[in-house]
Design a protein around this ligand. Sequence first.
Ligand SMILES: [Zn+2]
Length: 428
Amino acid sequence: MEALRYGSRGNGVLLLQLALRREGSYKGKPDGIFGTRTLNAVRRFQSSAGLIPDGAAGPKTRAAAEPYILGYVTHRLRPGDTFYRLAKRYGVTAEATAAANPKLDPARLPVGEEITIPLPKRVVPTDVPYSSELLGYVVRGLTARYPFIKAEEMGRSASNRPLWALKTGAGKRTLFINAAHHANEWITAPLVLDFLETYAEAYMKRGTLFGRSAAALFTETRLIIAPMVDPDGVDLVNGAADAEEYGRALGIAEGFPDIPFPSGWKANILGTDLNLNYPADWEKAKEIKFAQGFTRPAPRDYVGASPLSAPEAAAMYAYTRAQDPDITISYHTQGGEIYWRYGDIEPEGAFNIAEAMAAVSGYRAADVPEGSSCAGYRDWFIMEYGRPGFTVEAGEGVNPLPLSLYPRLREDDLPLMAAALEAVTKGS
Ligand SMILES: [Zn+2]
């Protein structure tokens, strides 16, 4: 691993800045550019961590900074350690430490054993661009700090990145929320992760989630989040793809000069639009999109060689069948609308749930615009199961929505997801 130093740029620098901001050495906004401020921050951090303050972030410095991205440190218990003393030393609550180590008896801490100490900041960052690498840290951080969240791989992307799913809850009825089917709608990834962490915190503190008992929700439901269905595409849009991927995608994009690159990229890294790759009137979607000129791999709107030809869509399909969810939500941007039916199919209860979600978010329960409904995940889910499946088009603006809109999205969409979780407790 090459050291990051003055003049370096990219996702590695961004993650380093994020870590040092949480640690306190870096005061600026993470921007992926290693300039004078980052240089000074790295030196400060190295001094306080007992490293040589040369200002270059090599393996040792990055390893020392990593806990601040993850949101926890691993501590080997020494004689005299108590939850109370550890909490004081690391600036966290004894409650959070106990939650992260549910099997430990605080009265008899086993000396020599490694335990997880949650750091006092939240795991999920919501003001930096996402990448598959950052998501990997978030998955590790959430599952370590909240052991009642389990992570699993649904499969692998075209470029072999993991397709993560995070699960929590002990109930029988399941809400499955997925996000970032479309690369340049990546802001939906932090949004659904933020919801999961908000719920986990409420459950840990025996509190409420938008007025509902988190413990009751936990007992009655299972929540599954697939935060980034298209990790390769997200990395492309946010400058975290490798050179070969970037070159290949650029080659595809050059045939579509009207679509900005890479900010207009919605597809997977091989140019298949994942939300047009499901077996729900796929032939009809193909006809419509071919007529619009999307007859080959493209930054968006190419339906793929056949239904489920993209590994990401195939993984979602297989995972959904295995988990058998009662309700699904697919997060997209933008438009402030909730799509709740597929053609003439109106799953029982779907409209009422859409109205409940609309009431708390200010979005509108709406019909899909003509010509854009076919071969999507929601289309397939409704057709296959006849159960409520929703597409939420979050926010208003031009994709990719800027991070400056995030606080507004959070305000609208966290209550929306809580309303869906409440809805899944009802019905049979
Ligand atoms: Zn979309």
